[in-house]
Ligand binder design. Sequence first.
Ligand code: HEC
Ligand code: HEC
Length: 389
Amino acid sequence: MKVGSKRVMLYALGMAIAYFTGNSLLHGQAARPGTQQKPLMAEDVFKNVQLLKGISVKEFMDTMGFFSAATGMNCVDCHSAEGDSLAEYAVDMPLKQTARKMILMVNMLNRGTFGGQRKVTCYTCHRATEHPEVIPSLLDQYSIAPDDPDKVEIPAGRAAGQISADQILDKYIQAIGGAPQIAKLTSFVAKGTYEGFDSFSEKVPIEVFANAPNQLTTIVHTQHGDNVSTYDGSHGWVAAADKLMRVLPLSGGDLEGAKIDGYLAFPSGIKQQFKWRTGFPAVAIDDRSVQVIQEVGAGDPGAKLYFDNQSGLLVRQVRYSDTAVGVIPTQIDYSDYRDVAGVKMPFHWVMTWTDGKSTIELSEVQPNVHIDAAKFATPAAPKAKAATP
Ligand code: HEC
Ligand code: HEC
């Protein structure tokens, strides 16, 4: 049963998504501009939802991503061997039924022992394996595991009086060109390439449109149609030819993440518009020491930003989305900083999350160009093309 290959899992997910494209029932669900945007609920779309009701389709699929990440199992391990049609996902396979029992067990543990707080999740026991360990490992006990910088926490009772979040951000603003120079950058349009499981790991064109202080739209031209994500300054959407619901309004951690990305395009606002804390112990990414700040007051845990101690540049963002059974992380790594109208911008981003990994490489950025306001409005449902893997 243990396939062990993440590639297989991503392939299966890609296949599932490709299938959903062809499902006419799901088309035409796009939220029209000006209408109340109630997200499509899991039970409105799926045939056999017994426990994970009352959550959006996006959160439902994120919950499946949580299951896979926590147990190290592929989608098709719990579903059927083919797993390439929506109908097959509705069939109750033995491991899917075990997973349902596990959801109930976890709820019981948290209610009965932890006063209803979510202290136990699938990951607590499974640690990315199908069969949780029962015998402690002497190897684990006597070896020093490398620190995962994503897991860094502020130690309780840490003495104050060290470098503040404001100082870290000031150094960053200075490193990319200084506030007066950033203020002169009012918009940009970028072109480049995107590579991910939804582009069948091939490089496809991407366009980025950004308008100060915080509007941001990216359009990935995949083989099966456009994938659009937009933040208009207060609302966000993802629209894709290959997603279950053609236009999904963002909420919770996803919306907060879109807001951070919008402000990171013109970073002066990142200091004023968000509340940050620091006090984390020293950690390193790729052997380079980094300073970490974390957003306070919007979601728990708040997004973290990692700055290279030497250059002051932003090298990583880690943010979190809630699912029905626990929180999942998304990591974005930034590199290849280049000068655009006197402001340093990362030309290389790698995004890693429970369902996949994608790489964006910019080739050209045009500063201070007029961008039509319509580029930041609710995206229209993109037209699906026949996929050509
Ligand atoms: C550890 C087992 C497990 C894994 C791994 C898993 N699922 Fe599920 N899946 C479930 C369970 C349990 C349900 C039913 C939930 C309920 O009844 O509330 C479900 C339901 C579904 C449904 C709804 C089907 C319907 O019409 O009722 C879809 C679609 C789905 N899963 C897709 C996926 C995808 C895609 C992946 C891989 C990213 C995945 N699952 C990974 C356990 C799993
Ligand atoms: C308190 C610890 C614990 C938690 C929490 C937990 N599990 Fe398990 N799980 C187990 C144990 C123990 C087994 C049995 C493993 C074995 O047979 O070797 C198991 C078995 C399973 C299996 C069957 C594996 C197989 O091949 O037989 C699935 C699927 C599974 N868990 C999914 C989940 C999911 C999904 C969650 C979160 C909703 C979860 N588990 C939470 C302890 C846990």
